[in-house]
Design a protein around this ligand. Structure first.
Ligand SMILES: O=C(O)/C=C/C(=O)CC(=O)CC(=O)O
Ligand code: CA
Ligand code: MG
Length: 402
């Protein structure tokens, strides 16, 4: 129990303690590491100094130094934060360093090194196969043998709340004789979970399935904005390029992997035997029971269940490094769009509306196939914590501007 007055059922209780980077109104230019507790942000560096254990890792303007320090340090820092917020003896020193969440500005919490996006939902991949490649098998022959992914654009990863400018590009519908240039007419979302790498590796090193805990610092929410008209015309044969590289939004809070211990579940049964480096049947299961919700202009339109993902984040990390590619602190990899088996659990509008054939009805009487200017999309999520608690992820939100 924390000495702080927060509701018993808060998804930001002491079992969570996600990390972010904030500026407070009294010092708008000074970025600091914050830890969310209830509706407060603890200035972690100031609290460490106040209790007499100053830390250069917490007195930083980004999470990168802490992320680079590795698993034993993450465990020790988390234990210290828990002690400061639960032991009444620390209260006088720590309490002055709590800032109201409503008063702070939240920033991108780490410098994104490389950004990779996977394609790990069997339901999403099958739906997109049917829509983009009618007449072919929905899943490509490789899909159940390896977690398919592509390299995205790290420099356009933005924090929640950043406006998303509608991209321009070449658009060509199948019936058009030639491409035209202009703003995307089929702007979409992809509800995903992102994994943040802390501990780096050198070239030529593989991270096996059992290295997941050692290398992954935490987890966040991610929206992979996608211009479907640009994507459909450009993607053969090298994959997504400008249709997805204009913006990728992430939530400001990185939930520590340790906070998700009670969310771990066995992933869905695989009907193809994986090669040994991807075979997780004897090891720790890394399916995660994260319940996501997507809202459009404040109205829930989908509830994607992360537990249904075919490939886990541990398998994705093993695959990403099996060729000896090194990891850098700040590497971000996304799960791929999270879609469950039911219509109302699909994580992208292209699936929810079946390529625009079945528009989504909104409470104001309007309908949507794809996003219009001024539309705002918000993804939230929670996962089970210990003793019946919930672990909150906060939200990733973005509004479309022309
Ligand atoms: O099947 C395709 O050609 C395209 C798939 C996607 O757009 C999905 C993607 O970015 C990966 C994912 O988020 O699942
Ligand atoms: Ca994606
Ligand atoms: Mg993107």
């Amino acid at each position: 129990m924390t000495w702080l007055a927060i509701p018993q059922d808060s998804p930001f209780g002491v079992h969570n303690l996600p990390y972010g980077v904030f500026t407070a109104p009294d010092q708008p230019g000074r970025r600091r590491i914050g830890v969310r507790i209830g509706e407060f942000v603890l200035d972690a560096g100031a609290a460490a100094r106040a209790v007499g254990t100053p830390s250069v890792l917490l007195d930083a303007d980004s999470l990168n130094p802490l992320m680079a320090a590795g698993r034993p340090t993450w465990t020790a820092v988390r234990a210290a934060l828990t002690e400061w917020l639960t032991d009444e003896a620390h209260r006088p020193a720590v309490a002055p360093h709590l800032v109201e969440l409503a008063a702070v500005e939240l920033h991108l919490p780490f410098e994104v090194a490389d950004y990779v996006d996977f394609y790990a939902s069997e339901h999403h991949a099958s739906n997109l196969g049917r829509i983009f490649r009618p007449g072919s098998e929905p899943l490509t022959p490789n899909w159940k043998h390896l977690p398919i992914g592509y390299h995205g654009r790290a420099g356009t990863v933005v924090v929640s709340g950043t406006p998303v400018v509608r991209p321009h590009g070449q658009r060509k519908a199948p019936a058009d004789p030639l491409p035209s240039f202009g703003p995307s007419r089929r702007l979409d979302i992809e509800a995903e979970i992102g994994f943040v790498v802390g501990t780096p590796t050198g070239l030529g090193t593989r991270v096996g399935l059992d290295g997941f805990r050692e290398h992954v610092f935490g987890v966040l929410l991610l929206n992979d904005w996608s211009a479907r008209d640009i994507q459909a015309w450009e993607y053969v044969p090298l994959g997504p390029f400008l249709g997805k590289s204009f913006a990728t939004s992430v939530s400001p809070w990185v939930v520590p992997l340790d906070a998700l211990e009670h969310a771990r579940v066995v992933p869905p049964a695989r009907d193809v035997e994986p090669l040994p480096y991807l075979d997780d049947r004897d090891g720790e299961p890394w399916g995660l029971d994260i319940a996501m919700e997507v809202s459009l202009n404040g109205q829930p339109v989908s509830r994607p269940p992360f537990a249904t993902m075919y490939w886990t984040a541990a398998q994705q990390l093993a695959h990403m490094t099996v060729n000896g590619a090194s990891l850098r602190t700040g590497d971000l990899y996304a799960s791929g769009t999270v879609s469950g088996p039911e219509v109302e659990t699909r994580g992208a509008l292209i699936e929810l509306t079946w390529n625009g054939e079945n528009p989504v009805k909104l409470a104001d009487g309007t309908t949507r196939t794809f996003l219009e200017n001024d539309d705002e999309v918000t993804i939230t999520a929670t996962a089970p914590g210990p003793d019946g608690t919930r672990i909150g992820f906060g939200e990733v939100t973005g509004r479309i501007v022309p």
